[in-house]
Design a protein around this ligand. Structure first.
Ligand SMILES: [Zn+2]
Length: 341
């Protein structure tokens, strides 16, 4: 069987049409990446070359299963979450080169800001060699969180690098800093935004002069956002205002996060925002009801399943693409495509 040109696959695709939605975050050459969200620009180009054999469709064509022409070749849809500066610097020129449409789901509280996303800030503080106090205390609304860094309060740069280089955030932590990094991340994502911001300030007070943000992972500038907004290959969708886990918030706060994330984009672009992706892929019944109320027709999770004709349009699965070369990526795509429920 040679890839997807085979008759077998064409027949399979005709009878059981499915779309693979790919999820990217950063396109850059990075030293450490505990969330596995960065793809090297060279690998991204190799992946796009593989995708030229597929049918790359824009998000607006998902659900268009009646159009037989669309599904003569297996279909994929490319998406990016969060709105990193490197998306325009490194990904956009390649999307243009291979004429691939893509969707960008962007957090509106970060556009144009010279600062790290909150989860990247935690990485710069905990997964670096900056000196930390032995005890850190964060509090909000009468709730107190205490962290004991012990000997890991001070780490040598080389030791830290060695511990962190291949570490994946959801696996066993190699030390106190890594463990506390994950705990604080989990608290922050489940917090109402104003409480998370307040705790972020408390944390920054502990490291004031030592914190060195990594500018390569800053959010889009205003000009970069405008470039994307006017680009014929690009669809911009919502990703909330400040990236909380929506099911952890009460109704009013969840509604405000979704609404602000949508209306801020609409005000900037002068056009309707009709799709979004859920931060951390998480949603519940209340989230789905809010999306329907706020006139969002299409939403993506992070559940690794293909889109099929029966898929719920507010619960569309996506596959997180890893930093793979062209051959490994093609193998991975084929496995995803042949997945059976
Ligand atoms: Zn996100």
């Amino acid at each position: 069987m040679t890839g997807f040109g085979s008759l077998m696959n064409r027949l399979r695709n005709f009878r059981h049409p499915r779309i693979l939605v790919l999820m990217y975050h950063r396109i850059d050459d990075v030293e450490m990446d505990p969330w596995k969200i960065a793809v090297h620009p060279r690998h991204f180009e190799a992946q796009l070359q593989v995708l030229t054999k597929w049918n790359v469709i824009p998000a607006s064509r998902i659900g268009d299963f009646n159009s037989k022409k669309s599904f003569r070749k297996p279909a994929v849809c490319i998406t990016f979450d969060d709105g990193y500066r490197d998306n325009v610097e490194n990904a956009l020129p390649l999307l243009e080169k291979y004429e691939c449409p893509a969707s960008f789901f962007i957090n509106t509280s970060y556009i144009g800001k010279q600062k790290e996303f909150w989860w990247d800030m935690l990485e710069s503080i905990f997964l670096s060699d900056i000196p930390l106090p032995e005890k850190i205390e964060l509090s909000h609304s009468g709730e107190k969180f205490e962290f004991d860094l012990g000997q890991d309060a001070n780490m040598h740069a080389e030791t830290m690098k060695a511990h962190t280089k291949d570490w994946i955030a959801w696996e066993k932590a190699p030390g106190q800093r890594h463990e506390i990094f994950y705990k604080v991340w989990d608290i922050f994502r489940k917090c109402p935004p104003f409480q998370r911001d307040s705790m972020a300030e408390q944390l920054l007070d502990y490291v004031a002069n030592h914190y060195k943000p990594d500018q390569r992972r800053y959010p889009l500038t205003d000009a970069q956002f405008e470039l994307l907004a006017d680009h014929p290959l690009i669809n911009i969708g919502a990703h909330t205002h400040s990236h909380p886990a929506l099911p952890a918030l009460n109704y009013t706060t969840a509604r405000e996060e979704i609404l602000l994330g949508k209306t801020n984009l609409e005000a900037r672009m002068g056009k309707k925002v009709w799709n979004m992706s859920y931060p951390f892929g998480s949603y519940n019944k209340e989230t789905l009801a809010l999306l329907a109320e706020l006139d969002i027709d299409q939403a993506f999770t992070t559940e690794a399943i293909p889109v099929e004709p029966h898929s719920h349009t507010l619960r569309l699965g996506r596959y997180q693409v890893m930093d793979l070369d062209g051959d490994a990526f093609e193998k991975q795509l084929q496995q995803w495509f042949l997945f059976r429920n």
